[in-house]
Design a protein around this ligand. Sequence first.
Ligand code: GDP
Ligand code: MG
Ligand code: ZN
Length: 399
Amino acid sequence: MNGAADESKHNGANRSCRVPAKKNKKKLRVALRKNRRKRTRKGDLTRELAKDATDIENLPTAERVSGKSDLSRRRTVVGAETDDEGQMQLVIDETQCLPGRVMTARGLHAIVEVTDGTQYECTVRRLLRTIDRASRNTVVAGDRVLFQPTGFDALQKKELGVIERVEPRRGTLSRMSQGSQHLIAANVDQALIVASAADPPLKPNLIDRFLVSAEQRDVRSIICINKCDLIDTADLQPLAGRYGRMGYEVVFVSAMTSAGMDRLRFLLADKQTVFSGQSGVGKSSLLNALEPSLGLRVGAVSADSGKGTHTTRAAKLLRLGFGGWVVDTPGLRQFELWDIIPEEVEGFLVEFRPFVTHCRFPDCSHTHETGCAVKNATACGLISVERYNSYCRMLDDGM
Ligand SMILES: Nc1nc2c(ncn2[C@@H]2O[C@H](COP(=O)(O)OP(=O)(O)O)[C@@H](O)[C@H]2O)c(=O)[nH]1
Ligand SMILES: [Mg+2]
Ligand SMILES: [Zn+2]
């Protein structure tokens, strides 16, 4: 993969909490939060803060505020450790904490659920905020956290807690916002790419776009063809075979007749899944069939296709009664999740990978060049014509 693209991908959210994984035991130096500083008139505070956030050094023990000049005032944190990936972790008293899953988060407040289903309304420990300040998303839906229960609010009838640690994330969903990456959800295990067999008609090209998008995030995909009551599934066997050979699970379902729903339940159980697919294919209907208590509106134009709105509500997890969670990302247009540059597409079409390195020209676009291994593979049937056409369309559209 191309280094420059990789760099830009990581430019946003996570950077400030990453430090070189030299020694395991680290002390950490972070700038005071803006609101704890005296107001000064000099220069560009924001830039200064952004720079400070990466200023992590080996320093003395005990949490304290040193009495130095304004510029060098830092809080020093004891026992901050880095894990294998160099991600910062605070040492905390785990015996006081419970593990939980963030169902939704907004600012510094999060609803955290423990295994028995009890929910806690949590704030985020101040120190954790300080470390992760520049990323703006200290916690997001899907985060696994350790939190300390702090009591029961009798008035509001809520269990309360304080989040002490956010476990390292994988499978994150993010969105580009004003040039920087904004984390939306963490620990997404898989994407369910929903298409309909008819009404709207099946669009393999669109399935391929969602597949590419998921491959880019390193999220496993399942292809779910809904509304199978409207067609003869024998007609879809070639499509199922094609994707099956690429290693994708394909499931035929009908939210209307419940055909295939047991298989779908099995695939979703105990996983965190994001549902993707164009409007009208039956995502809400499937969710209602899986979990009737959700009571989602069917036939409604979902917020994710409402163009021109800039309201972004926080992502949340919907709990499935048989085990598992669905990541709901309201206010997010599907292709806002889309930040692949055309040159990268070939790498996310899994069956193209063995061929792309064998083209005569290293920068081959696999369209007009001679000696193109991808075109040869298509001519021999090793890559399907449908997928090759999808590739060309993605290039044409500039993704
Ligand atoms: N025939 C048929 N219609 C369905 C099925 N699932 C959903 N629909 C219809 O498709 C339309 C769109 O469904 P909806 O769940 O709102 O799609 P969403 O936009 O992906 O959430 C509605 O009119 C549903 O009644 C199905 O399995 N079979
Ligand atoms: Mg819907
Ligand atoms: Zn080529």
